[in-house]
Ligand binder design. Structure first.
Ligand code: B1M
Length: 211
């Protein structure tokens, strides 16, 4: 088995130190950073994402794998920048105002980063204005918001309205998700996309950014 398969396999097992070690080994062997990312780290994360979607692995495994991926990316990052590997798009992510739940949002971030997207994570309790400002400043293609409370999901309507009332209209898509969110709520508030889980959120974000 080659070192790229090792990276993918250790990542799926959530073994961060092994992932770091193998990424360094791959760099020492002269494998380009983009290839290590694509065929090692992202390959492993894609497999985990698919298994998560099919209920073959659960939140703890995903979090541990995602942490291993983050550690691998830390080793790789300076080389990626040097090699000029382009990010595939920029996503502004946050949990809406009044809502402090962030476990699902963090999964969304990790899955999106696993797809090669740049994610600017504004954290929790994020106001409409902060989402808009960040999208504007970073030339983002997507505002992605998470809500876990029925009392905070209405914030998403305000975000859609604020985008539509600004120059971002047409250029920035609003993606929504979280336990109480449904497709019918998405249709009702005119958001661009609803996805039920982190893996499909990442798939859709990539689709939007590369369309
Ligand atoms: Co809270 N809480 N909580 N809570 N909490 C819920 C959501 C609740 C359903 C529990 C219950 O009563 N059964 C309930 C909401 C009821 C409602 O609104 N109808 C509730 C409540 C009431 C509250 C408080 C008000 C409790 C209180 O203080 N009285 C309070 C509110 C605080 C606030 O936010 N202002 C509160 C507090 C907390 C804790 C701080 C203790 C903790 C949060 C810790 C943290 O996030 N760091 C917490 C937790 C852990 C939960 C439960 C138990 C678990 C949530 C979770 O992390 N799930 C939750 C009950 C439950 O859901 N079983 C509950 C795991 C996570 C992976 O799932 O976030 O749904 P989830 O993400 C999923 C999808 O939804 C999707 O992807 C993920 C899976 O791949 N997804 C997206 C999420 N965001 C997405 C965005 C996308 C796409 C997909 O696109 C952009």
């Amino acid at each position: 088995m080659g070192v790229l398969e090792d990276i993918s396999s250790w990542l799926q097992q959530g073994r961060a130190p092994k992932v770091k070690m193998c990424v360094q080994q791959a760099l020492d062997e002269g494998i380009p950073a983009g290839e290590i990312l694509e065929h090692g780290l992202l390959d492993g994360m894609n497999i985990i994402g698919a298994k998560f979607k099919n209920n073959e692995v659960f939140v703890p495994e995903v979090l541990i794998a995602a942490r291993a991926m983050t550690k691998g990316i830390e080793v790789l990052r300076p080389y990626l920048v040097a090699d000029g590997v382009e990010e595939k798009g920029t996503v502004i992510l946050g949990t809406v105002k009044g809502d402090l739940h962030d476990i699902g949002k963090n999964l969304v971030r990790m899955m999106m980063e696993g797809k090669g997207l740049k994610v600017i994570d504004l954290g929790v309790d994020v106001s409409v204005e902060k989402f808009i400002e960040a999208a504007r400043e970073n030339n983002a293609q997507i505002i992605a918001c998470s809500a876990l409370l029925t009392t905070t999901m209405g914030e998403m309507r305000d975000i859609v309205e604020a985008v539509n009332a600004s120059e971002l209209k047409g250029n920035v898509k609003v993606m929504i998700g979280g336990a109480p969110i449904t497709q019918s709520f998405c249709d009702q508030i005119g958001a661009d996309r609803y996805t039920p889980d982190a893996a499909s959120a990442a798939d859709v974000a990539l689709e939007i950014c590369t369309a």
